[in-house]
Ligand binder design. Sequence first.
Ligand SMILES: [Cu+2]
Length: 119
Amino acid sequence: MRNLTKANRSSVRGLGFCLIFAVAALGVILTLPAVAADAEVTIDNFAFTPKELIVKAGTTVAFRNHDDIPHSVVASKGEFHSKALDTDDSFSFTFAKAGTYAYSCGLHPRMQGTITVTP
Ligand SMILES: [Cu+2]
């Protein structure tokens, strides 16, 4: 570093800033999927948790399967319908309209939950 001219030193500093921005940008990109879902319902041991969730209109809810067998998420009135979710797969739905959304697992109808959406 002793042999660097003043210009070279500032370009080294510039490179440092670029690196910081690159790392920050990468961090934003990597965290985007988590940011997209505002709330999460987990599926564990044949149950949705929380079983009853209250969110504001516009909230995206991710349903994530932690079981080692497939489950799905099917709204009783047909507003949403996931495919069978394998372990650690998730399905997201944005609740734009207020109301009560009852849902169950398409494979195990006894697994039930409710999303209440407030205005
Ligand atoms: Cu199921």
